[in-house]
Design a binder for this molecule. Structure first.
Ligand code: PRX
Length: 629
């Protein structure tokens, strides 16, 4: 059974029948439960916390909400690794595979829940032997490997706060994060695979920690390499070999910090977003289960890296808490061949595939013949995250990866939210380009600066009306920066995104509020224009910025990567401008079109428009530590 297009005009697609008939939640059930969840959120989360998590001691209060601060499940005691590992091992899943790791040479390593628990415990005991205690911070700078995941979990096992830094960050960026988190311990890999080469991580750590006396110990996963370790360095395998495979999970209070994760703000200095134990555990568990319609025996593949929030929530904590099997693939998506991902899906019969629009557009550019070579029939649900997915990419994903037989979930959320906030659940009708409806228990609105709800299809600020269990608790060492989320528009959590809401309540994300343009006084989202640009058959990827304009106030400059073999001439520019005119209207037609080979992106794939803008205007681009290339 294939998806049925309900309306050509607004392009609404029905979920495939085989998914609709088996799913966790129908649209009608959602509507009913949503109302209840909003009317009495404390009851809603209380019921779930009791049902979905194992507690060492019950909490005495569900929520304490003293604007702009909140706590959840007060007085409760638990350990997230118990919910992710022990409870499955104790309930007949000891031999179930937790992770299938694949490297660029197709070498695989499988680890069961039982084995993972032992590995985590050995690293946890190793950390203890080095004097690491509950509440200490540990910085992790590793390749996407089972050792990386086990190291992260080992911190949580003993109550140490992990601060994972993506293995693509520079030495300078790493040093800043180690210093800000005051980590005395760093765990690193010797290298990571990148397009057939070894990308050094250890030498970056050497540079980052040079003369940094704060760092007491550096634990090195040497992988297949053999090198001499300096005085304060310890070999991970050596350390583990001396440890017991039993380590009692630290008894954590619900509100004890679990991790910090640095993310970009509007200023140069990254913010250390802090999440705590119980609320984050519950919310990532529940959203994994509901958004991806988990029954328990799925093979799940989230292509993010644990260095980002998507990896924290949907490679590690959410999937493990649900006891499912995940795939992780180190290295490039297109090395050694453009069909690497599709061959992995075929080989491991992946059911749920979760990736970013930027990846979809890259695959689109490479051509449909690559996925076509593989049997992708195991797929059931496709996810998108990180940026608005333009309808063309959505349709391509749906047709050539989902074979018109999968549900697509476009999940909107942030490092700060911990888990999915807006999406469709798999049984819902979907509208390509519109993320969907608020998740159960989440009250979302689109408002103007004064706090009034905007009219249907009118652009406004996306806000959340009440705290949810996995909402960030603070910015590490910067409480004032945290408060801004709730005080920017008094009384709401200000997400920083622009959005619209249609007649059915479906939310469309237009991009960051700081990426909006005002053309002759009309507000246009950069994402809207980019979506129109990539709707042109010659355009593979687009980024637009606003430039000062004498008459209009601001005008649009577009930077475009074209599909292979497309011409970069005046004729092409005119044809692309015409496309924007027909998609959005004359107002949105770019004044300038630049054909480029690459776009400046963060390592998580977000286009850094301010770098483009500074470059075009001959200004200083500011902090570029998150720039990929
Ligand atoms: O602008 C939104 C965009 O990514 C921002 C959050 O970025 P980050 O904290 O790095 O987390 C990314 C992974 C969750 C949001 O403010 N964003 C994320 N998901 C979507 C999105 N924009 C549109 N649609 C999405 N599905």
């Amino acid at each position: 059974m294939t998806n049925k297009i309900l309306s050509e005009e607004s392009l609404t697609l029905q979920a495939p029948q085989h998914i609709k008939s088996q799913t966790n939640l129908s649209l009608d059930e959602y509507k009913e439960r949503y109302k209840e969840s909003i009317k009495d959120p404390e009851k809603f989360w209380d019921d779930l916390a009791k049902k979905e998590l194992d507690w060492f001691e019950d909490y005495t209060q569900v929520r304490e909400w003293t604007y702009p601060n909140y706590q959840w499940f007060l007085g409760g005691k638990l350990n997230i690794t118990y919910n992710c590992l022990d409870r499955h091992v104790n309930n007949g899943k000891r031999n179930q595979v937790a992770y299938i790791y694949v490297d660029e040479n197709s070498c695989e390593v499988k680890i069961t829940y039982g084995e993972l628990l032992e590995k985590v415990n050995k690293i946890a005991n190793g950390l203890k032997s080095l004097g690491v205690k509950k509440g200490d911070t540990v910085t992790i700078y590793m390749a996407m490997t089972i050792e990386q995941i086990a190291s992260i979990l080992a911190c949580a096992r003993i109550g140490a706060i992990h601060s994972v830094v993506f293995g693509g960050f520079s030495a300078q960026a790493l040093r800043l994060r180690i210093e800000d988190a005051k980590s005395e311990i760093v765990i690193c890999s010797s290298y990571t695979q990148r397009k057939g080469k070894k990308a050094e991580l250890k030498s970056i750590v050497n540079e980052a920690t040079k003369d940094l006396d704060l760092v007491r110990k550096i634990i090195v996963d040497s992988r297949d390499e053999n090198f001499e370790l300096f005085e304060r360095e310890v070999d991970l395998q050596d350390l583990m070999s001396k440890q017991s495979s039993i380590c009692k999970p630290e008894v954590m209070d619900s509100e004890d910090p679990l991790f910090i994760l640095y993310t970009s703000g509007t200023t140069g200095k990254p913010k250390g977003v802090m999440h705590t134990t119980a609320g984050y555990n519950l919310y990532t568990h529940y959203t994994t289960k509901m958004t991806f319609d988990i029954k328990g025996d799925e093979v799940f593949w989230c292509t993010a890296d644990p260095g980002w929030i998507t990896g924290h929530s949907y490679i590690i904590y959410g999937p493990l808490s649900n006891g499912i099997t995940s795939v992780i693939a180190e290295g490039s998506p297109v090395y050694p061949a453009p069909d690497r991902f599709w061959s992995i899906i075929e080989k491991y019969r992946v059911n749920i595939f979760y990736t970013a629009p930027t990846a979809v557009r890259m695959f689109m550019k490479l051509g449909k013949e690559w996925p076509k070579k593989h049997d992708l029939s195991s797929l059931k649900i496709l996810g998108s995250v990180g940026e608005p997915i333009n309808p063309e990419a959505w349709i391509w994903y749906h047709k050539h990866i989902g074979l018109e037989n999968c549900a697509i979930v476009d999940t909107w959320w942030q490092t700060e939210t911990g888990g999915h906030m807006i999406s469709t659940y798999p049984s819902f009708d979907t509208k390509p380009g519109r993320a969907g409806l608020p998740m159960l228990g989440i009250e979302v609105d689109v408002i103007d600066k004064e706090g009034n709800s905007t009219k249907v299809n009118e652009v406004g600020f996306l806000v959340i009306k009440q705290p949810w269990p996995s909402a960030l608790r603070t910015c590490w060492g910067e409480p004032k920066r945290y408060e801004k989320y709730w005080t920017e528009i008094e009384g709401f959590y200000f997400a920083g995104d622009l959005a619209t809401k249609d007649d059915d309540g479906y939310i469309m994300i237009l991009g960051r509020a700081d990426d909006t343009l005002s053309i002759s006084g009309h507000r246009i989202g950069t994402a809207e224009v980019e979506s129109a640009l990539v709707a042109h058959k010659a355009v593979a990827e687009a980024a637009v910025i606003g430039l000062p304009h004498e008459i209009k106030g601001e005008c649009i400059a577009a930077f475009l990567i074209l599909m292979q073999d497309e011409l970069t001439n005046e004729q092409q520019s005119l044809s692309i401008k015409e496309k924007v005119r027909t998609e959005l209207g004359s107002l949105a037609v770019p004044d300038e079109i630049h054909f480029v080979e690459t776009l400046p992106k963060t390592r998580s794939g977000k286009i850094m428009r301010r770098v483009l803008k500074a470059n075009r205007l001959g200004q200083d681009p500011g902090d570029t530590s998150t720039l990929e290339d």
